[in-house]
Design a protein around this ligand. Structure first.
Ligand code: ATP
Ligand code: MG
Ligand code: FE
Length: 349
C-alpha cells in the first residue's frame, strides 16, 4: 500500500508518501521564521503553525506524488519524542484521516524516522549497521539490525547537550542568525579551523568510548568569544565557527568509526539535522574511506525533519507485518528510542 507519513514533532510540518521503499512525493512547511526573533522554537507558535499547515502540506505531498486521498493505504505518524502540543496536532490529523479513510495507523519514533530517511535514497539498510544520530535534541551511536523488527541497541548517547544544540547555542553567543547550525556552517567556510583549539570532550583513554558531551565545548566557545569582547577586539567569527565545527566533526566521526571497528560493522549511517553539516560529512567520508567502511548519509533535504522519513518507517512496519496502533494511541513527548514503532497507551498530555 501507499503509506502517508506525518511529522510534526518540532517546527516542521511534513507529509510524505512511500510505497515499497520508494519515495513518491513529499512536502514540508516550517515555522522556523516565526521563531527567529525569540532565538529558539516557541512551542505554542509551533503547535499553531502545524494546525495551519497540516492540510496544505498533505495536499502538496499528494500533488507531488500524483496521488489522491483515496490512494492512501496506511498512515504513519510521529508520536514522540518532541514538543507535546506540536505532536498532538500531527497525531490528531493523522487519526482523523485514518478514521475517515478506514486505513491502519502506525505510531512512529521520530528518531527511527531520521534513520529510515536514508533508505529512501540508498535502499534497505544492511543488517547490522552502525548509526550515528546527530540532531537538535539527540546525539547517539546505535547498533541497528532490522529497523522494523528488532530492538535498537544504544552504544552511547550524549550525557548533556546534543551536537545540534551546541551549534545552536554557540551561534547565539557568536551573534549569528537563527537557526545556528546552518549559520555556523556558512560562517566557517572562510575560517581556519586551526586558528583556535577547542577541546575534544570524552576522547581521553579513560573516558566512556561511545558517550558524547558537548556542553563543555559550548562553554569553551563562549569563553573564547568573551575574551575577545573584554579586550575590545573584533571576534574572528569565521575562525571560531570553523574551529567549533572541526571539534564537533572530529569527536563524532572518531567515535563512530571506532564503534564500527570494534563491533566489526562495515556500514556507517549518519543521520539527523547535523548530518547536513559540511565538515561532518567531509570528515566522515575521509575517515570511513581510510577505515574501509561504507558511509551512507541522506541528502540535505532528508537530513532535517520531514514527513517522508516517517512514511519510510511506516512502509517498513507494514511490510514487516507489524501490528497497527489503536485509534486511542497517544503521544509520548520523551520516548526513548527502543523500537521504530511507538504506540504509547494511556494518558499523555
Ligand atoms: P530531534 O530530531 O533530536 O528531535 P530536531 O528534530 O529539532 O531534533 P533536526 O531537525 O533533526 O532536529 O535537526 C535540527 C538541528 O540540526 C539543529 O540543531 C540545526 O542547527 C542542525 N543543523 C541543520 N543544518 C546544519 C548544518 N549545516 N550544520 C550544523 N548543524 C545543522
Ligand atoms: Mg526544525
Ligand atoms: Fe529531528
Amino acid at each position: 500500500p501507499v503509506v502517508l507519513g506525518i511529522e510534526s514533532s518540532c517546527d516542521e510540518t511534513g507529509a510524505g508518501l512511500v510505497r515499497e521503499g520508494r519515495l513518491l512525493g513529499h512536502a514540508v512547511a516550517s515555522s522556523m521564521d516565526e521563531h527567529a526573533r525569540f532565538g529558539g522554537v516557541v512551542p505554542e507558535i509551533a503547535a499553531r503553525a502545524h494546525v495551519h499547515s497540516f492540510t496544505p502540506v498533505v495536499r502538496r505531498a499528494l500533488d507531488a506524488a500524483g496521488l489522491r486521498m483515496a490512494d492512501i493505504g496506511a498512515i504513519a505518524v510521529t508520536t514522540g519524542p518532541g514538543l507535546s502540543g506540536a505532536l498532538q496536532v500531527g497525531l490528531a490529523g493523522a487519526k482523523s484521516l485514518a478514521y475517515a479513510l478506514d486505513v491502519p495507523l502506525y505510531g512512529v519514533h521520530h528518531l527511527a524516522g531520521h534513520v529510515a530517511a536514508d533508505t529512501l535514497e540508498h535502499g534497505p539498510l544492511p543488517d547490522p549497521c552502525m548509526v550515528l544520530i546527530v540532531s537538535g535534541g539527540h546525539t547517539s551511536l546505535l547498533l541497528v539490525r532490522d529497523l522494523a523488527r528488532d530492538p535498537i541497541v544504544h552504544l552511547g548517547d550524549t550525557v548533556d547537550d546534543a551536537a545540534g544544540e551546541c551549534f545552536d547555542k554557540v551561534a547565539r553567543v557568536f551573534g549569528l542568525p537563527y537557526p545556528g547550525g546552518p549559520a555556523i556552517d556558512r560562517t566557517a567556510r572562510d575560517g581556519d579551523p586551526r586558528a583556535v583549539t577547542f577541546p575534544r570532550p570524552l576522547t581521553g583513554p579513560r573516558d566512556a568510548r561511545y558517550a558524547f558531551s558537548f556542553s563543555g565545548l559550548k562553554t569553551a566557545a563562549a569563553r573564547w568569544a568573551e575574551r575577545h569582547r573584554i579586550q575590545g577586539e573584533d571576534l574572528p567569527l569565521a575562525d571560531g565557527a570553523a574551529a567549533l565545527q572541526e571539534a564537533v566533526a572530529d569527536v563524532l566521526t572518531r567515535k563512530a568509526v571506532a564503534a564500527c571497528r570494534e563491533h566489526r560493522v562495515d556500514t556507517l549511517v549518519v543521520v539527523g539535522g547535523v548530518a547536513a553539516n559540511s565538515r561532518v560529512r567531509a570528515l566522515a567520508e575521509e575517515r570511513c574511506r581510510a577505515a574501509g567502511i561504507a558511509l551512507r548519509v541522506p541528502s540535505l533535504k532528508l537530513c532535517t525533519d520531514n514527513g517522508a522519513m516517517i512514511a519510510a518507517v511506516g512502509d517498513l512496519l507494514v511490510r514487516a507485518g507489524a501490528e497497527p496502533a489503536p485509534l486511542e494511541v497517544s503521544i509520548d513527548p520523551s520516548a526513548p528510542l527502543e523500537r521504530a514503532a511507538l504506540h504509547p497507551k494511556g494518558d499523555c498530555r
